[in-house]
Design a protein around this ligand. Structure first.
Ligand SMILES: [Ca+2]
Ligand SMILES: [Ca+2]
Ligand SMILES: [Zn+2]
Length: 478
């Protein structure tokens, strides 16, 4: 009934005592365990599920790189959206000006109570589901800010000082779609929709099957094991002659990939920029497969068609369609000139293949001349990565290599997410599992799992040395 208070569904931190389930589940005998929240199997009529997001910013850096709590829950909505066909969460952000109420508008907010009633003692969040027959009409999601402190992260549950809003959000949004707790209906399945928060941090097959039974499956719905991918990369460094050229490397896998590589200098808003960069693309054997000095001279029309041509005529660009393999882009100054340059690789074919590794080698110094690398994680899934900062290992092939390295990982707002000096000090880093442990103790590494967005890696010497350094970002998604 419109306007009535709906069915509350909550999620608790601690395991409940074993439930005695008297009635046999209606779904007994099925291979899936999902259950519906209303006896009418109510669902949103679609195509939009309008939601007002009122979680706002966080006063701290969220562990997964989310810039705000809003971003964390919006990512959770995107993860559900990519699985279902006939309805999609459609949200707008607003500041929270009053408590959530049964007013016909679905909000997601931090609350100290549930429509004026106290939260249960161990309750992390509640969704009040209101339906009118077979139609869902309002599903307010309320996170219990009276008892808990929230963060956003992946992996095993942390201490009670950091509740993961992202996985709790996935669960509550499942209620919003019309799903209930399988484990409370005599179903034993792995599911985000079970009534207790757990080490599960992403949607499980049963969760997705439940939502798709209500809304149909999207034709391009990815497998639940899919993760994010590395998309665009960029690195800014001072370019000189000989070993001081800028070398951007990348490995493509699992299919043909179209990339646009740009070498920028004149358009950078910096003093000391490289006035006239040139660019070469090499294959794994070092053979030059494409070269460019000034982008308008060779592939002008095709590069303009990408909508991201360089802005200076003296900058270089190569548009290439590449088979799986290892490639390097070499940026140097025309006629041996030096200055600060930026190399970028854009992934223009997100549907095929993936970029499994990106790296940049160049001269690292101090101040403005540290190496600044950027990468973009395309979503909506999260990305696991390992970042390495190499120096001494480059010797003796590169005699002017750095003697030591340190790394910083910053999110899209420039806020420090992780740093390392000496990889043996890095937490949760299993380099050996990925064949990446051939490093000296003076080199650095960071393990990360991050939400979609822009990230920056800064490589420098912790002892203010200068020399050639190499920063690498590995996609270590399953
Ligand atoms: Ca409401
Ligand atoms: Ca040029
Ligand atoms: Zn629940």
């Amino acid at each position: 009934m419109p306007g009535s208070i709906g069915t509350p569904r909550d999620l608790t931190r601690r395991c409940l005592p074993a439930l005695t389930v008297a009635a046999l589940s209606l779904l007994a005998g099925r291979s899936f365990g999902f259950v519906y929240i209303t006896s009418e199997h109510a669902r949103w009529p679609g195509p939009a599920i309008p939601v007002v997001v009122q979680l706002g910013n966080s006063s701290r850096v969220l562990q997964d790189g989310s810039l705000s709590f809003n971003q964390s829950i919006e990512n959770a909505m995107a993860l559900w959206n990519q699985q279902i066909a006939n309805a999609q969460f459609t949200w707008r952000e607003e500041p929270r000006t009053r408590a959530a109420s049964p007013n016909g508008t679905t909000t997601i907010s931090f609350e100290a109570n549930v429509y004026g009633d106290a939260f249960g003692r161990d309750t992390l969040a509640v969704t009040i589901v209101t339906n009118s027959g077979t139609r869902l009409i309002e599903t307010d999601v309320m996170f219990n800010v009276k008892r808990w402190v929230f963060d956003s992260y992946f992996g095993p549950l942390e201490s009670q000082s950091a509740e993961d809003l992202h996985r709790i959000g996935l669960h509550e949004l499942g209620h919003s779609l019309g799903l209930d707790h399988p484990n409370e209906k005599n179903q034993a399945v792995l599911a985000i929709m079970n009534a207790n928060v757990s080490n599960l941090d992403h949607l499980q097959a049963d969760d997705v099957a439940g939502a798709q039974s209500l809304y149909g499956a999207r034709a391009d719905a990815p497998p639940v094991t899919k993760r994010g991918r590395l998309a665009n990369i960029s690195t800014r460094v001072r370019v000189g002659a000989g070993d001081d050229v800028l070398i951007g490397g990348f490995i493509t896998r699992d299919g043909t990939k179209q990339v646009l590589i740009r070498a920028l200098g004149p358009s950078l808003p910096l003093a000391g920029r490289l006035a006239d960069p040139t660019l070469e693309l090499h294959d794994a054997n070092g053979a030059v497969i494409a070269a460019n000095d000034n982008w308008k001279e060779t592939q002008r029309q095709a590069i303009e068609a990408t909508t991201i041509p360089p802005s200076s005529d003296f900058e270089a660009a190569i548009l290439a369609t590449l088979p799986p393999g290892t490639f390097t882009a070499v940026v140097s100054g025309k006629g041996g000139m030096s200055g600060t340059a930026l190399v970028e690789v854009y992934d223009l074919s997100p549907g095929t293949g993936r970029i499994a590794n990106i790296s940049t080698r160049g001269r690292v110094s101090t101040g403005n001349d540290v190496m600044i690398g950027g990468f973009i994680v395309a979503g909506p899934e999260s990305q696991r990565c390992i970042i390495r900062g190499m120096g001494p290992s480059l010797r003796p092939a590169v005699p002017t290599a750095l003697f030591d390295t340190s790394l910083e990982l910053r999110n899209g707002n420039g806020v420090l997410m992780a740093s390392n000096t000496g990889w043996r000090n890095a937490p949760n880093l299993n380099l050996g599992a990925y064949g990446l442990s051939a490093m000296t103790d003076a080199e650095s590494a960071i393990g990360c799992r991050v939400v979609p967005g822009n990230y920056t890696v800064i490589l420098k010497s912790p002892t203010n040395g200068s020399g050639i350094g190499l920063v690498e970002v590995y996609d270590v998604n399953p």
